[in-house]
Design a protein around this ligand. Sequence first.
Ligand SMILES: NC(=O)c1ccc[n+]([C@@H]2O[C@H](COP(=O)([O-])OP(=O)(O)OC[C@H]3O[C@@H](n4cnc5c(N)ncnc54)[C@H](OP(=O)(O)O)[C@@H]3O)[C@@H](O)[C@H]2O)c1
Length: 332
Amino acid sequence: MKAAFIRQIGTPDVIEYGDLPTPEPGPNEVLVKVGAVSVNPIDTYIRAGIAKMASSFPYIIGCDVAGTIEKCGAAVTRFKVGDRVWGSNQSLFGRQGSFAEYAAVDEKWLYGTPAKMTDAQAAAGALTGITAHLGLFLNAGLKSGEVVFVNGGTGGVGSAVIQIAKAAGAKVIATVGSADKQALCESWGADCVLDYHSATLDDSIKAFTQANGGLHVWYETQPPANLDRTFGLMSPRGRVILMAGRSARPEFPNGPFYVKDLRLSGFAMFNATAEEQRVCGEAINALFENGGWHPLIGRTMKLSEAAEAHRLQEGNTLQKQGTLTGKIVLVP
Ligand SMILES: NC(=O)c1ccc[n+]([C@@H]2O[C@H](COP(=O)([O-])OP(=O)(O)OC[C@H]3O[C@@H](n4cnc5c(N)ncnc54)[C@H](OP(=O)(O)O)[C@@H]3O)[C@@H](O)[C@H]2O)c1
């Protein structure tokens, strides 16, 4: 089969596209004929060796997958041949990844794809949707009527946070880096969209939260730079979610944190159990069926262009080039 893989960690140039043996599914695995995959920042960290997950080479890259089951291992119970499925968590902890014509995937990481959801949509919302859900519910315990702030409202995670929080009855403040992204956030239901460059950003956040009962969840998709500012904007008993910025070492404002009874929760989606993630996957499917799930696809490329796709992802997430709005989807 054709696959995008690496033989060593390094820059996007180490990504090769070529023939590897088609995997044989183990007892708990299904063989997925891949319809679409999507690129996430963690794919670039694994390839670069920042996240030490690649342990045997050649190593097929890629977490997210959507496609159709071609073969089932003997112990598989939840799926049958011909089922359409989507999921994430490939290429982690030594597992082979999804950027290939076929992927052998443990059924515990997969969810049935709703009939009207395309493979491209399913792949585009996989890791980001699960991450948004884990942060909002498992970590922040979001309740209906609360106010959520999220940075990067059109980013992979940020766009999912808006849609999932709105479906839970929250009010959402989202930030964007340019005015053209405001309408997109509003189309997903964001109640207040602000430019993160604005000199009056915090005044606008305060005005909205004062008029809407406070600020209860801060979902930070950026490396935290100024926790004093964040804690200052939060309501008592607010929850702050940190999930980005491996090398960030922000100062910790102890007084403002405990005097307000705040809670700080860090998490990485790949530490969540399959059972925890399945709650998210099924919630995302239900949201799609109800018309509330719209994964944004910014670029569709061929699987053979995986190296270029990594350059584009890295350029946007790390170097903040601003040349991408939405997920990069690759098709075999
Ligand atoms: N812990 C986990 O489990 C987990 C899971 C997924 C992702 N992550 C991490 O979370 C981060 C976001 O991931 P992603 O997939 O959403 O990335 P992404 O799609 O590249 O989105 C990045 C977002 O950041 C926004 N942004 C850039 N500079 C900003 C600033 N100064 N202030 C506010 N927003 C800013 C961008 O907004 P504009 O486009 O409008 O400029 C964009 O919406 C990455 O660091 C990733 O590694 C962690």
